[in-house]
Design a protein around this ligand. Structure first.
Ligand code: 4AD
Ligand code: MG
Length: 432
């Protein structure tokens, strides 16, 4: 058997005859010629079937192909700058694999609900393919970034006995005879155990929030990457977050240009994403809101609209640090200079994409952490293992979490997180 040739390999086959397999993206006819656009996942290729060059049967096969029918095509590859992808195939043979009858997603406009109902097919569309390829490249960039810097991948459990990010968004279920268990909201608490064992670790996997909000920025199942570093303070944490985001964006810019073009992304906005990023305190963020005429009370959390007003002042991600501890998680260390503040940082993406990173320096003092657990009405028993990390060789440590789908949406310039993951899960949707 000859090795399978893909559209992405065609530069090696110019002037030669190849057989390609895939699906019909689009077909156009003009008399004695059929132009078939083949897609095989790696790209798109215009295949020309001349009535005069092929048998009647082959020409009829080309005629029978409908949108998304699968087929095999053989012919000579030539350079054709005017065609999609820059190559063209002069077909000599067309074999039908399977005819697709009445493919539901036609080139006409469909409503978004219809498209998500058909997500299993919608992922074949050109823009969706581009988004999913960029997602893949971002995942690789994330892993490369940490792997090159000596971090160890540390996989936390998904079934957990305790909350991490507040009890209001926990997915709860019965776990045999052991009572309630929860789907993880974040791998962080386990990452802290990892950092104290391995120095620098990262977790990367699905996380769950029973978000009752129906916004374009919230999924109930999303992917998060969470680095955690022993001996890092808040400033070190922000330095890492900044370097990390620059690396991801610049990697996509250099390696995913064709996909960004398909998405019609304004890349000049991404080209700005270079260190240093602006760093402002929560107090300064409140000042920006008040100056913009927003009626904002110190002590509240920033809402999506507030985040947009703040990030619109900058052309790159802005790091907002030192939030009021009352709006942040129990594990965050307080600012030694002001006990009302947590050593927290949120990174707000530009262009109104909102918070993409949340992080902090962690409380490393046993008594303070115990006090915080009680204050938050969390069950101490299920946090005993976490408290042990402060009993046995506690050290200053920090980390953050980056939401993958928010990052993909921002970089791709897409409106809603539902297009940034193959099968989105939201409050009103758990299918297909
Ligand atoms: O700010 P969050 O809740 O922080 C944590 O979970 C920390 N434990 C992270 C850490 O310090 N290790 O979530 C982190 C990021 C957010 O900035 C956002 O990008 C994303 O996760 N995120 C969501 N993405 C999609 N849908 C949701 N419902 C999300 N909730 C958070
Ligand atoms: Mg957050």
């Amino acid at each position: 058997m000859r090795p399978q040739v893909y559209i992405s390999d065609l530069s090696k086959h110019v002037g030669k005859s190849v057989t390609l397999k895939g699906w019909l993206y689009h077909r156009r006819s003009s008399g004695k010629v059929k132009f078939l656009i083949l897609r095989d996942g790696t790209g798109y290729l215009q295949c020309v079937v001349f009535k005069g060059n092929v048998s009647t049967e082959v020409f009829e096969n080309a005629e029978k192909l409908t949108q998304e029918s699968s087929f095999e095509i053989t012919g000579a590859v030539k350079l054709e700058p005017r065609a999609v992808g820059g190559y063209e195939l002069d077909a000599v043979d067309v074999k039908i694999i399977s005819i697709s009858s009445e493919y539901p997603i036609t080139p006409k406009e469909h409503g978004i609900e219809f498209l998500i109902d058909h997500r299993h097919l919608w992922v074949r569309s050109k823009k969706q393919v581009a988004v999913l390829k960029i997602r893949h490249r971002i995942v690789k960039a994330i892993r490369d970034f940490f792997d090159m810097r000596g971090f160890v991948l540390f996989d936390p459990p998904i079934i957990t006995p305790n909350a991490c990010e507040g009890t209001s968004t926990l997915f709860e279920f019965d776990y045999f005879d052991l009572g309630k268990a929860y789907l993880t909201q974040s791998g962080q608490l386990y990452a802290e155990a990892g950092a104290l064992a391995l120095g620098k670790v990262y977790t990367f996997g699905p996380t769950f929030r029973a978000e009752k909000s129906k916004t374009r920025r919230h999924l109930t199942e999303f992917w998060m990457v969470e680095p955690e570093m022993a001996f890092y303070d808040l400033d070190d944490n922000m330095d890492l977050a900044e370097e990390f985001l620059e690396y991801i964006v610049q990697t996509v810019l250099t390696e995913m240009r064709p996909e960004l073009e398909i998405l019609e992304r304004d890349v000049t906005k991404l080209e700005n994403i270079k260190r240093p990023f602006p760093r402002i305190s929560y107090d300064e963020a409140v000042q920006i809101l008040l100056e913009s005429g927003i009626d904002f009370e110190w002590g509240n959390d920033l809402g999506g609209g507030d985040e947009t007003i703040i990030s619109d002042k900058f052309d790159r991600p802005v790091m907002v640090h030192r939030y009021p501890s009352q709006v942040k998680a129990f594990y965050m260390k307080r600012d030694p200079k002001n006990d009302k503040l947590a050593l927290a940082v949120d990174v707000l993406a530009p262009e109104g994409y909102g918070e993409i990173i949340g992080g902090s320096q962690r409380e490393d003092d046993l008594d303070k952490l115990l006090h915080r657990i009680k204050e938050h009405n969390l069950p101490q028993e299920s946090f005993e293992w976490y408290l042990d990390l402060r009993r046995y060789g506690s050290v200053p440590h920090s980390g953050f979490g980056l939401g993958l789908e928010r990052t993909v949406s921002w970089i791709c310039g897409i409106e809603h997180l539902r297009e940034a993951i193959p099968f989105p899960r939201m409050i009103y949707r758990n299918t297909p």
